[in-house]
Structures are given as C-alpha cells and as structure tokens.
Design a protein around this ligand. Structure first.
Ligand SMILES: *Cc1c(COP(=O)(O)O)cnc(C)c1O
Length: 346
C-alpha cells in the first residue's frame, strides 16, 4: 500500500487550511459571540453552522454503524466525488480507473479536474472482473471507482471481485453505495476497519427521500477524512440541511417502510414490463430502478414524454443500446406508466 502522503497531491498535503472563527472556538459554554462578524439579529440563521456537523455526524454514526470520526458530510455525494479528485489526483499526470458503464459524475469530475479517466468494460451481465480493473492500473493510478448496486444497470457488483480490487490495489478504492439500502448484500461501509484505502459513498437522495436537501456522506479512514476536511469549503453543509437531516434520520422506521413498498412495487413492475411485446430483456436489479432493453428506446421514450411520463433513455450508454432506465415511483405513478405502455401502438 502506498502511504496516504504518497497518494495525496503534494500541495494538498502541505496545505494550511482556512481557519474559521467556529473552528478556533467551538465550545458551548460561552454566550457572547463577537468573533465572526455575524449579525446579532435574525437568529438562528444569523450564526455560521457547525463546520464539522458534529451533532448530525453523531446521529449518522448510530444509523449507519460507522464511527463519527470516519464520516465526511458534503453538499450531496457529488461534493465528495469532486474532493476525491482535488485531494488525490494531479491534473495531467495521474489517472483514475472506473467500471463502464457507471454513474456519469465520476467522468465529469475527472474532465473538470483534467485527470485521465480509464474505462474498464463490464461483462454483458454488467459484472466486474477484478483482474481487468487491476490490469488497467499503472503507477499513476490513484483511484478506482466502483458503484454497487451500479447505475444505470441496477445490479450488485460481485462482492468477491470488489474485495479482490481492494486487496490488489495500492491506491484509493471508492465504493459508491448510493443504492445499498435497496440491496440485501452487506454494505462495504460496515467493513471500514478492514480497508484503510476504501472510501464508501452514501447519500440522502435515494432511499432517504431527501434529494432536495443535498446531503452526501463519505465513510473512510480518519486520515482520509482529515484530508477532505482541509480542502472542503468551511461551511459546506448549511444549517437548514443539517437540521432537516437530523429530523429525517430520527425517523428511520419510515425509511424501512418506504424501502419495503418500493421493493414490492419493483417486483410488480418488472413482472408487468417483461411481458410487454416490445420488451426484449429486463436486467436484474438491486436498486430502486431497473434497466429494460426494448426494440426501439427512442420511440418509446418519445411516446412517454408525449404523455407527460419521463423515464431515462440510456440508448447511447455503453452496453445499454435500446435501454430505458425506469425509476420505481409511487403506486399511482407506476400504474400510469404501465397503462401507457400497454396501449402503445406500432
Ligand atoms: C443518485 C446517485 C448519487 C447521489 O448523488 P447526490 O449528489 O448525493 O444526490 C450518487 N451516486 C450514484 C451512483 C447515484 O446514482
């Protein structure tokens, strides 16, 4: 394993981070705060929020089973994805390796940061071969991206193959578990102590029903979290988000209930879509969406748009020719989609 110093960009390793008023004094005992040029009026919004989101992390730690000092919180997972590049990859020199097809933001952030992005094609069944991923790496590979359950295919990536990558690579392995609440495979976030080179991503945007509040999580070794904290904006998660997240996380029985209903609806939808005449294949899924191969994706997509129903056309994505990605909605929404699909004319 390369050391964290070897994996971190030298300027970031040396970086003296911005020290905010709330960093320098974060105790609770004081009652007169004249250190941050805040307005004394309009409480509680007049005060800068906790830059390290301590109360929220304590709650997330309990719900997710990850120690609080192994948690980074950001403005969606997208912030953590971007931070991985900014902290660990040297533009024009380092590269990253990712499975293909997968979530588009890994490539967009690589392009923004001017970092080479190497794609390793999945098999026909959207499975990853660890040997292929490791073979794509060289001495300038800093990061490997794996998404499981994968987007847009929906399937769990074989756990044994991911373990092989974690054990066989001497850099950082990011495992995006945005959809793990919908899967029955044990999530990697519970194996934090086993892999010091692993970063696991979670989000409030999917099973937790809170895409609007923008809260993403990265779980990693405390030294990795410390590098993220140096580089992030000082107050990257606003007060409204921190407060709302605490409220939602306290009500996790509700989440279990939602997930149960969505999984039940998913099974119903797949059975119903499978038998439609234009359907060629429904791919196995462990997420809150499924990928379906049809005879003419564009035609069906346009037909649905015309009816005010939007699905995702993945026709141009590698291995996804003529595929639509369909999210599981409410019972009423699913029913409306089926009704429309059943009467499509040729
Ligand atoms: C939806 C999704 C996310 C969520 O991103 P946020 O910025 O947290 O909303 C992350 N990863 C994958 C693979 C996703 O599909």
């Amino acid at each position: 394993m390369r050391t964290l110093q070897q994996l971190t960009r030298p300027n970031i390793w040396r970086l003296e981070p911005y020290s905010s008023a709330r960093d320098e004094y974060s105790g609770k005992e004081a009652h007169v705060f004249l250190d941050a040029n805040e307005n004394p009026y309009n409480g509680p919004y007049n005060r800068y929020p906790d830059p390290l989101q301590r109360e929220l992390k304590a709650l997330i730690s309990k719900v997710k089973g990850v120690p609080a000092h192994c948690i980074f919180l950001g403005n969606g997972s997208d912030e953590a994805i971007d931070l991985v590049y900014r902290c660990f990859t040297e533009p024009k020199k380092d590269n990253v390796v990712a499975i293909e097809p997968t979530y588009g933001m890994y490539k967009v952030c690589a392009d923004i940061n001017d970092v080479e992005y190497r794609k390793v094609l999945l098999t026909e069944n959207f499975q990853m071969k660890a040997d292929n991923v490791l073979a794509a790496c060289d001495e300038n590979t800093k990061v490997i991206w794996i998404c499981t359950p994968n987007n847009p295919s929906g399937n769990d990536i074989d756990r044994g193959e991911i373990e092989k990558v974690l054990e066989g690579f001497d850099g950082i392995v990011v495992i995006d578990e945005a959809y793990s609440d919908f899967s029955s495979v044990s999530p990697f976030r519970l194996d934090m102590e086993k892999y010091s080179n692993m970063i696991v991503l979670n989000t409030m945007s999917k099973a937790w029903g809170s895409a609007a509040i923008r809260l993403g999580m990265a779980f990693a070794h405390p030294e990795v979290i410390a590098v993220f904290n140096k580089v992030k904006y000082p107050y990257n998660v606003n007060l409204l988000t921190q407060e709302k997240a605490k409220e939602i996380l306290s009500d996790y029985y509700q989440i279990d209930e939602w997930v149960k209903i969505i999984l039940h609806e998913r099974a119903k939808m797949i059975e119903a879509v499978k038998v439609l005449p234009f359907c060629e294949k429904v791919y196995p899924t462990n997420a809150n969406f499924f990928l379906v191969k049809v005879n003419d994706a564009k035609k069906i997509y346009d037909y649905l748009v015309d009816k005010g129903i939007i699905v995702r056309n993945r026709n141009k994505v590698t291995l996804c020719g003529n595929c639509l990605r369909i999210t599981i909605g409410s019972k009423a929404e699913n029913e409306e989609l089926l009704k429309a699909l059943r009467v499509i004319k040729y």
